[in-house]
Design a protein. Structure first.
Length: 227
């Protein structure tokens, strides 16, 4: 009980702090319109990088139409509670290694949960790279989800002009700071055919990697240039 109470208090503090950071930053003129970008394509799979996702729950007007994959680890419990406070449905499990290690860390259940959510019309938010793996390299799980569901992957990045990088973290986690500029950048939707071969799946995995790195660079360039 005490642990749950502490986690609720911590999650509320984190949620309100992140909300303040997002809304205290001035939107860049290069800030992309998410609603316009996904109109007519819903539901979609939003792809993010580890360590760059802290403000993403504030960029979409209808979080009740969103579900997010969160690790089943104890360390991720507060993250899950923060997302729930944002109105996002949380799916617990690990999706990064889905094609290679489907039985580990709840991968099968996570894939089914996300596929079912997409079938319900919910958008999925998923971290593309693998926890404690190679940062900024897409894993197989997001590609498997896109293939099974037939829904497009939309690469997304959010950057602020003021931030602190946790250099000792494996993914160089970026803590966004208030009173600067914020920019959201989106990549072109990537659709994975249901009949894609293993070689083609690898090409799509690399495409997601390249597009996510591209939109991340664009978002940071926009806020650094004062745009």
């Amino acid at each position: 009980m005490a642990s749950g109470t502490f986690q609720n208090i911590a999650a509320s503090f984190v949620y309100n702090s992140l909300r303040f950071v997002f809304w205290s930053n001035r939107k860049s003129p290069e800030y992309d319109d998410l609603e316009a970008a996904v109109a007519g394509k819903l539901p979609v799979i939003i792809a993010l990088w580890h360590g760059q996702q802290l403000l993403t729950q504030f960029v979409y007007a209808d979080n009740k139409s969103v579900a997010a994959l969160v690790s089943r680890s104890r360390d991720a419990e507060i993250n899950a509670r923060v997302l729930r406070l944002s109105g996002v449905r949380v799916i617990r499990g690990s999706g990064g290694r889905e094609r290679r290690q489907t039985a580990r860390k709840g991968g099968v259940g996570a894939l089914k949960g996300m596929t079912d959510a997409l079938a319900e019309g919910l958008n999925i938010v998923m971290i593309a790279d693998i926890s404690k793996g190679a940062p900024r390299q897409s894993g197989d799980g997001i590609i498997a989800l896109a293939k099974l569901s037939g829904r497009p992957i939309v690469p997304m990045a959010v950057a602020t002009s003021r931030y602190h990088v946790v250099e000792k973290s494996w993914d160089k986690t970026t803590i966004n700071l208030p009173f600067g500029r914020v920019c959201l950048k989106l990549g072109a939707p990537i659709t994975v055919p249901r009949n894609a071969s293993d070689a083609e799946l690898e090409e799509y995995r690399q495409k997601v990697t390249d597009e996510l790195n591209s939109v991340t660079d664009k978002a940071y360039r926009a806020v650094r240039n004062g745009a």
